[in-house]
Design a protein around this ligand. Structure first.
Ligand SMILES: Cc1cc2nc3c(=O)[nH]c(=O)nc-3n(C[C@H](O)[C@H](O)[C@H](O)COP(=O)(O)O)c2cc1C
Length: 206
């Protein structure tokens, strides 16, 4: 029997929107036949900042049982989906800090030839979602990874309108993750599983 394809969902979330999408992606990747690791980037903010926002503390508590990411979660995987809230149109410092610990693994070629994809959320419509995902994808080129963005590969992508990755406008917590974002997550998870499997099997023969 063929080994299941391995997918890591690696995210940072302050107030829970990205955590919620990450869980949906993990469920959908499992449904698509993958063995999945769901991992969070460690929090870097001081307690004073976290406690200034009840939703931030609540999300930290609610996700306490999710393991913190280690470099092996990237090395292990055939496909990696990174998630980050948009921060001024860019990747959050917490996710970036984890990515910046991967230099040694990059140098050994352990990050290349995998399928990578990204997801994000913003407070305002558009809000920098696309620039955040494109900024994330800059890193993937340096890894020698293969960007498996969803594009318009499913009719639902014409509804959510973001070919770069799953995204959601949370209106600062007023707008919970909805069916549009969950459908986008399902499409993205299936695509990453498919591309990661094709890469793994294709590279094994070459
Ligand atoms: C420092 C900082 C910068 C942010 N920058 C933007 C931004 O440029 N555009 C935007 O729409 N939302 C911005 N936001 C809002 C978050 O990206 C948004 O609420 C996101 O959905 C939160 O995800 P989370 O609940 O997983 O933490 C920013 C929030 C913070 C704290």
């Amino acid at each position: 029997m063929t080994e299941p394809v391995k997918v890591s969902i690696i995210y940072y979330s302050s107030t829970g929107t990205i955590a919620e999408i990450a869980k949906t992606l993990a469920e959908e990747a499992e449904k698509a036949g993958a063995e999945v690791r769901l991992r969070k980037a460690p929090e870097l903010a001081p307690d004073a900042a976290i406690d200034s926002n009840p939703a931030w503390r609540a999300n930290l508590d609610a996700t306490a049982d999710i393991s913190e990411v280690t470099p092996d979660d990237v090395v292990w995987a055939d496909g990696v989906i990174f998630g980050t809230p948009t921060r001024y149109g860019n990747v959050s410092a917490q996710l970036k800090q984890f990515i910046d610990t991967l230099g040694g693994h990059w140098q050994q070629g352990l990050l290349q030839d995998k399928a990578y994809s990204g997801f994000t959320a913003s407070a305002s419509p558009h809000g920098g979602q696309e620039s955040t995902l494109l900024a994330l994808y800059n890193t993937i080129h340096h890894f020698g990874g293969i960007v498996a963005s969803p594009g318009y590969t499913d009719a639902s992508k014409f509804v959510d309108g973001n070919p770069y990755g799953t995204s959601h406008v949370d209106a600062q917590g007023q707008n919970p993750v909805d069916d549009t974002a969950r459908t986008a997550a399902a499409v993205q998870a299936k695509r990453v599983v498919r591309v990661a499997r094709a890469l793994r099997d294709g590279l094994a023969d070459n």
